[in-house]
Design a protein around this ligand. Structure first.
Ligand SMILES: Cc1cc2nc3c(=O)[nH]c(=O)nc-3n(C[C@H](O)[C@H](O)[C@H](O)COP(=O)(O)O)c2cc1C
Length: 212
């Protein structure tokens, strides 16, 4: 079984990467698994340019992204994965630009403009999302549900976990950032964040256990 984790956070040592790593460890805890964690901010790539090559009725081009950059081998790995884990912080009420660009390049070749909108990839891949943010997670439920239903349709069964009121800075007093309840944020980081990572671990394990 093949596990791929895609980290769409700029920092490898903070909330999103840590929680995604827990999801990855959960999936990897099953026997006979191989896996890899890829950090999108290490790569040089762009989002979909809308060339429509992936919709051409040509077996060499259909359902493949024609763009050639650092994301090209990652997309092949994602298509071949049994479980794909995607982690992103919320930036301005959305996933990060890098995560979004990955998603465009991966999701768009996975569908046609045919009436049946049938998915094109040769196999179904389970998708687990990991989101971290400041605002209470309820604020973004509709957005997360939209991503899950898009992944369900194009890629495979999908679910998500999240952590909110995350700790962003070690010493908030050094920053223009007095809107935060620092005591609450720090307490959550100690008490709640490990539980959020446990939930991510369980999601990774569940997805790996139920893959087709
Ligand atoms: C550019 C930027 C924009 C952000 N926008 C939002 C936002 O719209 N909503 C929110 O809840 N948190 C927002 N945040 C906070 C992050 O989502 C949150 O701190 C997240 O846990 C950071 O992930 P990291 O620790 O992995 O870097 C933003 C942070 C940055 C840097």
């Amino acid at each position: 079984m093949n596990i791929l984790a895609i980290c769409g956070a700029g920092n490898k040592n903070r909330n999103t990467a840590a929680m995604l790593k827990s999801a990855f460890d959960g999936a990897m805890s099953l026997p006979c698994t191989t896996g890899e964690m890829i950090y999108l901010y290490d790569l040089n790539f762009r989002g979909c340019i809308g060339c429509h090559s992936c919709k051409l009725l040509d077996e060499n081009r259909f359902a493949h992204c024609a763009m050639r950059d650092d994301l090209t081998p990652v997309l092949e790995k994602a298509i071949a994965a049994d479980v794909l884990l995607i982690g992103s912080p919320i930036y301005f009420s959305d996933i990060t630009g890098e995560t979004r660009s990955f998603m465009e390049r991966y999701f768009f070749p996975g569908i046609t403009y045919n009436k049946d909108r049938a998915p094109t990839y040769p196999k179904r891949t389970k998708v687990g999302w990991v989101f971290t943010m400041n605002a209470p997670g309820e604020v973004y439920r509709d957005f997360f549900d939209g991503l899950v239903s898009m992944a369900n349709r194009i890629i495979g069964d999908s679910e998500y976990v999240m952590a909110y009121h995350t700790q962003q800075m070690e010493d908030y007093s050094k920053y223009a950032a007095n809107m935060f309840d620092v005591e609450m944020v720090k307490r959550r980081h100690i008490e709640q964040f490990p539980k959020d990572c446990d939930a991510a671990f369980e999601m990774g394990k569940r997805l790996a256990m139920t893959h087709e």
